[in-house]
Design a protein around this ligand. Structure first.
Ligand code: GDP
Ligand code: MG
Length: 143
């Protein structure tokens, strides 16, 4: 199986509800390693640039307002099939459709305040990791 990297964000709702540690714990229990992390309060420009693929969507302004409403925790996770493994742990975008025991089922309140972000492909992951982290901020432990 391929060792991949993916970008993870604990969104403002989950940071505000004090769930950072519980979310990190679920990643680690599922074999994903945190190889970079930082807390940031995103500017409007940073949130718009990160979600540029959604800029034509009706929910874009609400999404940017939510993502800038409080600090987030941005991390790089590494592990086997990390992109899909991470999205499985998060659950479906809409918490009403998220499987029991997933982060969104347990911590999200609605489709717009849904606790966490995960890259949707290795291509997205590469772009999203570079968006937030310089090469020397990523610390793989596999060397
Ligand atoms: P994700 O990859 O599972 O995060 O989902 P998407 O890439 O499709 O959407 C990005 C983010 O936009 C989601 O995580 C939600 O926070 C938000 N979002 C998606 N669909 C909707 C919607 O229909 N309404 C609102 N308000 N927000 C949405
Ligand atoms: Mg997405």
């Amino acid at each position: 199986m391929a060792i991949e990297r993916t970008l993870s964000i604990v969104k403002p709702d989950a940071v505000g509800a004090n769930h950072i540690g519980e979310i990190f714990s679920r990643f680690e229990k599922n074999g994903l390693k945190i190889i970079a992390t930082k807390m940031k309060h995103l500017s409007k420009e940073e949130a718009e640039g990160f979600y540029a693929e959604h800029k034509e969507r009706g929910f874009f302004a609400d999404l940017v307002a939510f993502m800038t409403s409080g600090p987030v925790v941005v991390s790089v996770l590494e592990g086997e099939n990390a992109v899909l493994a991470h999205r499985d742990i998060l659950g479906a975008t809409n918490p009403k459709e998220a499987a029991a025991g997933t982060i969104r089922a347990d911590f999200a309140t609605s489709i717009d305040e849904n606790a966490a972000h995960g890259s949707d492909s290795t291509t997205s992951a590469e772009r999203e990791i570079a968006y937030f982290f310089a090469d020397d901020e990523v610390c793989p432990r596999t060397r």
